[in-house]
Write a protein of this length. Structure first.
Length: 117
């Protein structure tokens, strides 16, 4: 992300990012993985190489990794929730960068104002 030097542009970008920092729906801080495995039943198609595919969420809670099965009919929604979390996380990074730039530029802006008075 390119950070502007001018304080007005900086403030405008910061305000814009803050307005966008609203969840558009549920969000989910997890990773979605696809796991193919054998069921163990004799005569099942997975014994001949056609494994059963399932989707799982993995997430850390209290320092431990947990896994939760995701039913096929919820897969599209879960992907959207994860994407929403990623969007907000990226916006948070941008807001932080712009805020740091604003703090760094504050002294220069104050000096410019004093020189013009």
């Amino acid at each position: 992300m390119k950070i502007p030097r001018h304080p007005t542009l900086l403030q405008r970008q910061l305000a814009s990012r803050v307005q966008q920092f609203i969840a558009k729906g549920p969000l989910l801080a997890a990773s979605l993985v696809e796991i193919a495995k054998h069921c163990g039943r004799s005569g099942c198609r997975c014994q001949s190489g056609h494994k059963h595919v399932g989707h799982y969420l993995t997430f850390a809670e209290n320092g431990k990794t947990h896994t939760v099965y995701v039913p096929h009919d919820l897969l599209k929604e879960v992907r959207a929730w994860i994407q929403e979390h990623k969007r907000l996380k990226q916006l948070g990074r941008e807001i932080s960068q712009l805020s740091i730039a604003r703090v760094r530029g504050h002294v220069k802006a104050r000096q410019r104002k004093q020189g013009r008075s």
